[in-house]
Each structure stands twice: as C-alpha cells, then as structure tokens.
Design a protein around this ligand. Structure first.
Ligand code: SF4
Ligand code: SF4
Length: 416
C-alpha cells in the first residue's frame, strides 16, 4: 500500500496584522557576492530516491544548457566572486559532455565539486574528469547496507557500485565527501554510516535530514522520524565527532519538523548561493522553482551579475523589509532570515509567511500534525515512474541529492 499523500498546502489561517513591535528594519543589508554556485546540469538520474527535493515536473534533456553555455555561466560566476562550484543534478554523469563542463569550470578558476550518486562513472571516466580539473567528489549514499540502500534508491546493485566508485575516487587521489540524507528509514544506522565513511576514506561526512520539497513532500509521512530516535542519532553523531576529530569531519543539517527555531535557509534568500537549473533558470534555492508569482530570470537572457544584483526574484525576500510579524520585531531576524520560504509556502500556501518550523509562527502546529500523520503511516514510498526521454541515455527520474549538496560551507534550507 502506498503511503497517503500529505495534506495539500493550507491557506493562511488569519492575516498577520498586529502593530509593529519595533520600527521597520532596514530593507536590505549590503549585498555580497554568492560564495557558491549550484549548477544542476540535468534532472536525469538512474536512482529514484523518495526524498528527492527537485520539482515534481522535471526539466527535459532537450532544454538543458550546452557545455559552452555553462562555460559562459562559469566565467560570469568567477567574475561575480563565486569561489565554489557544485556540479549536481539529477546525476551529472548523465551528461556525456561532463568532462567538457568540468574543463570550463577549471579554466574559470572555480573550485569544482562533483555531487554524484556514483553508480555510473567508471575508472576511465573518473580519470578523464580529474584530468579536466575536477577538485572534489561528493558521493551520496542511502544507507550503510546494500539491501536498504538499494531499496531506498530504487536501484538494485546501486550500493555495490557506490562502494566501488568511492574506492576509485581515493585511488585517483581526489578528496571525498560522503553524504547521506537522513530520515525515518535509515536514521538508526547513523553509527554504521559513520563507520562506512571512515572505511571509504572520506574526509567529511554530511548527514542532512530530508527537506520536504518536491518529491520528498509527497513521501513526507514515510520519511519523518520520531523525536526519540532523532535524539539517539544526535547523541551518536556528537560522540563520533569528538572521537574522530582530525580524521573525519561530520556535518549535520538538523530536521526542521522537530525544531523550535528555523535555520537560515541557504544562508538567507539571495545571500550566499545561486542555483541554476538544467535549462538555465537562476534561483535563490533549488526548491524555489515551485513558488508561484515568480518569473525566475534565465542565464540565457541575462548575466549572472544582473540577476544577482537586480532581479526581482533575488530581491523579493532579501533582507528583512518583507517580513511579517512575528519576524519583523524579532531579534533573530538577521540570523535566520525568517527561515525557509519554500517550506513556508509548502505548509501555509504563503511564501512570505514565517517558517512554521519556528515555534513563534501561528502555523507551527502544522508540524505536529505532520508528525502525527507520519506516526500512523505504513512507511511505504511513492517512487517516481521511470520514463525515457527522447534522445537521452539515462531515464528521467528524481533529482537532487538534496541534502549536503552545497558542501559544508552552506546549509541548504531543507534538504538532505
Ligand atoms: S519569529 Fe521569525 S525571525 Fe524570529 S526566530 Fe522565528 S522565524 Fe526567526
Ligand atoms: S536524491 Fe535524486 S538525484 Fe540524488 S541520487 Fe537520489 S534520485 Fe538521484
């Protein structure tokens, strides 16, 4: 039996029209360049993870930016001040021209991190990517054992390929980060995931709880963990951090549904990261494409600098001037920037609402309702149906190993 769908987005219960507790804060802080660019090269992926945070409607291969177009984007990013480039998807190796894309990034002087499921790159291709200038590999795992991993990823044999790929990465002399998206069906295996990361020779392990966007929102009831198991996993992470200092760095992205205060999603809207979708849409967050009322600019039509500095899409939720109460009068407003806009929309139907992950939000009770629904769920996943795109060599599936996609320096608002 498939799990029941999460309830549809709820309208605002009541307008937030209390008098201001303080004078309105300054509209915009000084604008810094983005530290990171997340390049979603394709939405194609051979896996079908139920927590994928990419949109329900995935972009077609025929609309993807060419390697030359990505090259221009990378030059513009470097000129803007971007330092880190994350090549993601979907599965970036589904692009036959990935080597050319990496070479463009290297020529632009960007530190290049490949975020991959690791099931389709052999040693020869990895060597070609390294020769093209690849700096770092981030490998996603679903669980520490093959049976659970292959069930969650929806790909028989996938786990064995991942392990072989991790060893290739180390043999090629490339630094390796392992990332795992945490949820109810793998949370108890955190100690074994830490052991596996050590065994594979990773220098960093990112453990990020699911962010409930895109396909993950559809599977929310099967993914949300109970609080008690979360506390046990947190204790295991804290103990391992202390014991492994200097050998393995462990980063954790906490789960919003058990929070009292939200995270600064993506470091704040339009503050630290720019995302470019496979067809060139520039977004402040990988999940923002589903927000209504936005026309996201395309890198085919405008420069990255014009988009970053001047577009309505990036300016809409910058700073604090847009905030409603209770954020407007809150002393944390320049620390968490009101939380996640995509989560606010998914839960309340209003992208400008205070993130319900905050206990001060009038909608915080929606999270308790979701946890109660999860407790009653049978845990069955909805998997995306595989379909092959015209001219594509990899089936179109879910995309985005949502979690630790942005490396340790950036905490994506939700995700994995
Ligand atoms: S009220 Fe707004 S600014 Fe204050 S902690 Fe909650 S989300 Fe953050
Ligand atoms: S999370 Fe999405 S993109 Fe990442 S491996 Fe799973 S299905 Fe592929």
């Amino acid at each position: 039996m498939p799990a029941a769908d999460p309830p549809p987005a709820q309208p605002l219960a009541q307008p937030l029209a209390q008098p201001l507790a303080q004078p309105p804060p300054a509209a915009l802080p000084p604008l810094e360049p983005p530290l990171g660019l997340l390049a979603e090269l394709t939405h194609r992926c051979p896996l079908r993870c139920p927590y994928c945070s990419n949109p329900l409607e995935l972009e077609q291969a025929a609309r993807e930016l060419s390697a030359a177009e990505w090259g221009r984007v990378f030059e513009e990013a470097a000129a803007l001040g971007v330092l880190q480039l994350h090549l993601s998807g979907g599965e970036p190796a589904a692009r036959r021209d990935l080597e050319a894309i990496v070479a463009h990034a290297s020529r632009a002087g960007l530190y290049t991190n490949l975020i991959t499921a690791g099931v389709s790159i052999d040693a020869a291709r990895l060597a070609a990517l390294a020769a093209a200038g690849l700096d770092h590999v981030q490998l996603s795992i679903q669980a520490p054992d093959a049976a659970t991993s292959d069930r969650i990823g929806g790909m028989p044999g996938g786990h064995a390929r991942k392990l072989a790929f991790a060893r290739m990465v180390r043999e090629a002399g490339l630094p390796l980060t392992v990332n795992a998206v945490l949820h109810r069906q793998n949370l108890d295996a955190v100690p074994e995931m830490i052991a596996l990361a050590l065994e594979l020779g990773a220098g960093r392990l990112e453990l990020a709880h699911v962010q409930y966007h895109g396909w993950a929102y559809r599977n929310r009831a099967a993914l949300l963990p109970e609080r008690g198991r979360l506390e046990a996993a947190n204790a295991a992470i804290a103990a391992a951090r202390a014991a492994l200092r200097g050998r393995l760095a462990i980063d954790e992205v906490a789960p919003d549904y058990h929070a009292r205060r939200p995270k600064a999603c993506m470091g704040g809207w339009g503050r630290a990261v720019m995302v470019v979708s496979p067809s060139g849409a520039a977004l402040p967050c990988h999940a923002a494409a589903e927000l209504p009322g936005f026309t996201f600019p395309n890198v085919r039509d405008a420069t990255l600098r014009d988009i970053w500095e001047g577009s309505d899409a990036f300016n809409r939720f910058r700073g604090t001037g847009w905030m409603p109460e209770p954020c407007r009068g809150c002393d944390r407003r320049e620390r968490d920037w009101g939380g996640c806009r995509c989560q606010a929309f998914a839960l309340t139907g209003d992208a400008a609402a205070t993130d319900p992950a905050c206990a001060l939000s009038p909608h915080h009770g929606l999270l308790e309702a979701a946890l109660a629904e999860a407790a009653a769920s049978d845990g069955a996943f909805h998997y995306r149906e595989m379909r092959r795109q015209p001219g594509a060599t990899t089936p179109l599936s879910a995309s985005s190993c949502s979690s630790g996609r942005m490396s340790a320096s950036i905490t994506p608002g939700g995700a994995a």
